[in-house]
Design a protein around this ligand. Structure first.
Ligand SMILES: Nc1ncnc2c1ncn2[C@@H]1O[C@H](COP(=O)(O)OP(=O)(O)O)[C@@H](O)[C@H]1O
Ligand SMILES: [Mg+2]
Length: 246
């Protein structure tokens, strides 16, 4: 069961007292940064140390700075809390290969202002081989079967640990009927750097259901590949680098 408590200007969501204590330490900034994996305006991910143990601290910032996404947070829980709740549910369904947050810290008024996800640091290696991707595709089939989709399905969002391959960077959301999000997952995986490099045939291992949702995902993906659309995206990135909040 996920509980919550107020601490400073944040609400801490946690399951056990130890995690709550860790969250407080993080909000007190009594931790040491070991390595920053990502530190951009839109995202922060770092390996940190507390009391001789390693953790990963993530702060998804895009939803608090991009206006159209920020507005949506008036009606939404935000990435951190959503992933905590959903991964917890997935675990109860017997899907135990997600890296579950230990605690999530959320500061909000009408809109979400700031949020942190605290996870255990899992040591492991990047995905490299066809056999690894086979295992990933089997995992994807299992979560898709339960209606859960990843949302950013690519090999960099999996870690190969001594305890098997683990999934990161997902909110583990569900779709109920059509295979739009699940189709989108598969089409994203087809564009993954490693699957392309290894000539891995994504849909040979697991073929997502081709319904109207899939067709829509397929159409959108192809639309995004049009030269004019790519040009606009390039322009967007340029403006973003200049400080535009888009
Ligand atoms: N719990 C974790 N343990 C170890 N490494 C992690 C963990 N979470 C994230 N990482 C590392 O940080 C990188 C970025 O994290 P990720 O959640 O994928 O953020 P992004 O949204 O920027 O892709 C990952 O590719 C992985 O190398
Ligand atoms: Mg990632």
């Amino acid at each position: 069961m996920i509980r919550d408590v107020l601490y400073k200007e944040f609400k801490i969501y946690y399951k056990d007292e130890e995690s709550r204590r860790l969250a407080e330490i993080v909000l007190d900034k009594n931790y040491k940064v070991i390595e920053e994996y990502k530190n951009t305006e839109r995202n922060y991910v770092a390996k940190i140390e507390i009391g001789g143990r390693f953790y990963v601290l993530k702060s998804p910032k895009a939803e608090t700075i991009i206006p159209q996404r920020k507005i949506q947070t008036a009606f939404k829980k935000g990435e951190g809390l959503t992933s905590f709740i959903n991964i917890n549910l997935a675990k109860e369904m017997g899907l135990d290969f997600f890296i579950e947050p230990l605690a999530v810290m959320v500061k909000r008024g009408l809109f979400l202002k700031e949020s942190f996800i605290l996870m255990k640091y899992v040591s492991g290696e990047a995905i490299k081989t066809i056999e690894d991707i086979d295992i990933i595709m089997d995992m994807v089939e299992k979560i898709h079967e339960k209606g859960i989709y990843h949302g950013d399905l690519n090999t960099s969002n999996f870690i190969k640990t001594a305890d098997g391959i683990k999934i990161i960077d997902t909110q583990a959301k569900r779709e109920n009927f059509w295979h739009f999000k699940r189709g989108y997952d598969i089409l994203t995986m087809k564009n993954d750097r490693l699957t392309i490099e290894l000539n891995y045939e994504v849909e040979k291992r697991y073929k997502v259901k081709r319904d109207i949702g899939y067709l829509l995902a397929y159409t959108i993906k192809n639309f995004k590949k049009l030269p004019i659309v790519e040009k606009i995206r390039g322009l967007k990135v340029k403006l973003r680098n200049k400080g535009w909040k888009i």
